[in-house]
Design a protein around this ligand. Structure first.
Ligand code: SF4
Length: 244
C-alpha cells in the first residue's frame, strides 16, 4: 500500500516509483536491511521498496531530503517516517502549521501535510546514506516527473543538505525552471529564485541544513533554525504559516 497522501496522476506515479528496481546495489541494500532489521523493529515487516513522496497533489511547498533511511522510511514506507530525523522535521512542520500531527508514528496515523509534500531525489535507502553519482542520476527522472505533476501549484522548495541540493537542481532544470551557471551553491539560509522556461511562475529554492542526527545533536541545526526556513519558504509558497 502506498502512503503518499496524493491522488490521481501523482498517486499513479508513486505506485510506479514503488516498483522500481533500476539500481541493483540499492535493491540489494533495501532488502538486506529488511532481512537483518534493527533489534527494536525485529517484529516489524519492512517496506523494503522505493519510498515515494508524501503529501497532496496541489502542494505549494516541496521539501526534499536526499534518500530514505534504511530503518526509517525503508521500514515504514513513508518518507521521513520512523526515525529521529523525520521526528525533527515533522515536529517543525507542526510548529509552523504545515502538519496536523507533531509526532507521526507510522502510516495509518492520520498525518496530513498542509499544502506541503515531502520527497527525495533518490527513493531507495543507500548504504551509509550515500547514493553513487550513477544511482543519483538514474533516479532523477522520478523527481522530474513529480515536479511536472506539481507544476501547477508548487512555488517553493526547501532542500535539506548539500547532497540533496546537488541532486535536485538538474531535476528542476529538466522539469520547468532554468538553473543558472555556475550552479547556485548550497548554504543554510540560501535562497535562489529560478525563472521558469515554460512560461509559468518561478520557483523559490531554500537551502537548509539536513535534519540528520549529526546536525541536530550538535546544534548545527536547531529547531528554531528549521522553523525559520520552513516559515520563509511557506510564505514564499503562499501558505498560511503560523508565527513564532
Ligand atoms: S534509487 Fe530510484 S532509480 Fe534506483 S531503484 Fe530506487 S527508485 Fe529506482
Amino acid at each position: 500500500m502506498i502512503h503518499d497522501g496524493a491522488s490521481g496522476a501523482l498517486h499513479a506515479l508513486d505506485t510506479r516509483i514503488a516498483s522500481c528496481r533500476a539500481c541493483p546495489r540499492l535493491v540489494a541494500w533495501r532488502e538486506e536491511a529488511a532481512r537483518v532489521k534493527r533489534a527494536a523493529f525485529a517484529d516489524e515487516e519492512y517496506w523494503a521498496r522505493p519510498v515515494p513522496g508524501f503529501g497532496p497533489q496541489d502542494a505549494r511547498l516541496l521539501v526534499l531530503g536526499l534518500a530514505p533511511a534504511a530503518h526509517g522510511g525503508n521500514r515504514t514506507g513513508r518518507m521521513f517516517t520512523g526515525d529521529r530525523s523525520g521526528d525533527v522535521l515533522f515536529h517543525a512542520f507542526h510548529g509552523v502549521g504545515l502538519a496536523n500531527l507533531a509526532q507521526p508514528l507510522a502510516p495509518g496515523d492520520g498525518l496530513r501535510l498542509l499544502g506541503t509534500r515531502v520527497t527525495a531525489p533518490v527513493h531507495c535507502a543507500p548504504p551509509q546514506n550515500k547514493p553513487t553519482p550513477r544511482e543519483r542520476d538514474t533516479c532523477r527522472h522520478w523527481l522530474a516527473e513529480e515536479l511536472a505533476l506539481l507544476r501547477p501549484t508548487v512555488r517553493a522548495v526547501v532542500i535539506l543538505g548539500a547532497f540533496g541540493w546537488q541532486a535536485a537542481l538538474p531535476a528542476f532544470a529538466e522539469a520547468a525552471w532554468t538553473v543558472p551557471r555556475p550552479r547556485p551553491r548550497f548554504g543554510h539560509g540560501a535562497v535562489v529564485r529560478l525563472a521558469a522556461h515554460d512560461g509559468g511562475p518561478p520557483l523559490d529554492v531554500f537551502g537548509c541544513y539536513h535534519v540528520s542526527q549529526r546536525n541536530t545533536f550538535t546544534g548545527l541545526l536547531t529547531p528554531a533554525m528549521l522553523r525559520t526556513v520552513l516559515r520563509n519558504a511557506g510564505r514564499a509558497a503562499g501558505l498560511d504559516v503560523t508565527e513564532e
